[in-house]
Design a protein around this ligand. Sequence first.
Ligand SMILES: C[S@@+](CC[C@H](N)C(=O)[O-])C[C@H]1O[C@@H](n2cnc3c(N)ncnc32)[C@H](O)[C@@H]1O
Length: 244
Amino acid sequence: MAQAVLDTAQTVVDAEALEIFQSQWDIYRKFLKHDYLSNREACAVLRQFLDVDVARPFRILDLACGDASGIIGALHKTDVAEYRGVDLSAPALALAAESLANLDCPVTLVEADFTKAPSKDKGGEDIVWISLSLHHLATDDKRKFMRDVRASLAPGGALLIYEPTRRDGEDRDAYLERFEDIGRANWTELSPAEFSEALKHVRACDLPETVSDWRRLGSESGFAAIQELYRSPTDLFRLFLYRP
Ligand SMILES: C[S@@+](CC[C@H](N)C(=O)[O-])C[C@H]1O[C@@H](n2cnc3c(N)ncnc32)[C@H](O)[C@@H]1O
């Protein structure tokens, strides 16, 4: 059983994101509970990739890990040799420590900005995973982040992202309208106030790329192989695999 090491000494650099996380955490937990964002299936696909394609001991860096409640099923009883989670929110990291308590490997949780976390230390990163968080960055910042991840990877390493994704030809307004329509019709366990709070956050903060742009950002960042591994049933979210 792992004893999580919590490093909360670092400076919080994104106070706005932290505040949003704290005020909206209860709503986000409802999204997780009812799997409105298809995290469960995305994590099942991650698991399959780890079991079938990686198939050796690996270290994983989980960026913007939140409470790590989704990824735990993807890692349980795999060859995971080390888990590092990074998030700006200390309360989320405290919950992550509980989620990860039974993981049979060293666990480190760091309170920090995920964009600064990938590192060549200790031979580089094996698996870098980011879910439902990269889309907050502007396009140029996404590219810089992906380049930094590419530079940090160990031989045979990979980046996987599960993020809101626009269809090709769909602009941000059309995506947001589709998001709202799908949510209104299906996310019935949210109260009207919770739904409107969630929409407010998405309208203010989310900058989803198109399918082609997620691919282009990958090749501009030095990745040679880019593959779509999963598309949510709503077609709001997709999982991409990037390999050098
Ligand atoms: C929507 S949650 C996603 C959590 C988890 N990855 C998942 O898929 O369930 C977004 C997370 O990103 C964190 N976050 C936002 N900006 C961040 C940043 N710049 N650095 C680290 N964490 C950040 C928030 O605190 C929150 O836990």
